[in-house]
Design a protein around this ligand. Sequence first.
Ligand code: BDR
Ligand code: CA
Length: 311
Amino acid sequence: KRKVIIDCDPGIDDSLAILLAVNSPELEILGITTCSGNVEAEMGAKNALKTLQICSSLNIPVYKGEEKPLKRDLVTAQDTHGEDGIGENFYEDVTEYKIKENGVDFIIDTLKNNKDVSIIALGPLTNIAKAIMKDKKVFDNLDEFVSMGGAFRIHGNCSPVAEFNYWVDPHAADYVYKNLSRKIHMVGLDVTRKIVLTPNIIEFINRLDKDISKYITDITRFYIDFHWEQEGIIGCVINDPLAVAYFIDRSICSGFESYVEVVEDGIAMGQSVVDEFNFYKNDNNAVVLTDVDEKKFMYMFLKRLFKGYEE
Ligand code: BDR
Ligand code: CA
């Protein structure tokens, strides 16, 4: 099993990513950390617990991390994910389990005590930037780093050029790209925009009639309405589970190595600039994913969440 920390901001698609990770036998999830992004870090931690409750995995600890981006004021995405961050179902808090504090220290301590931990980051990179600032050395123990974020040849979802996670905390994103001692696997909008949960799939999920069918249907309803109203799309783009799937099976996405920086200010704030042709002669710090086998992803997702549906 590969040891992982999932750093996230649940978030509807973060919740789906957690469901996929928990149902993946290749992974040992040492903990979930949250930072502010789609919603504030505290609410995100509550939502992570809710998802863990749904899949009977409350043994996985949830740590609240940074509540504010490094420099910018926080801008949440409650218009997209709902006031409660998971589709305005307003579930009761999971009271039998406590949110732990100090997500950044958890990341540092976990890296200190293990030699082979990977991080799958599904939100802004605030926790990761802070952890590197506090103890850069422990990142020598990091195995791999996958980040859902950024956009290369595709328009942004927050500005003409910026993707949400990097736009919310561009200073953290840029800091991590410049200071992490591992190549960042950038699972950006180029690949995630192709992962759409359609009404057909939702109908299919409901016919399977498992405990999580209702949860998935409930939390995605608001998101589906948002996609229709804002973009005229039927169904919803689910970004974050692709990062988990790619971590498990490299053949799901492909791309190329390059040098990447994130723009910190101005109209291009949050843009991930990919120096594809190496104009600046920097060492590659990223693997930029550009192609995705969306069918392979969807098959993995459904097969794992609804074990044995083929039978
Ligand atoms: C990213 O932004 C968030 O709204 C999603 O959870 C995902 O991590 C997509 O841009
Ligand atoms: Ca997210």
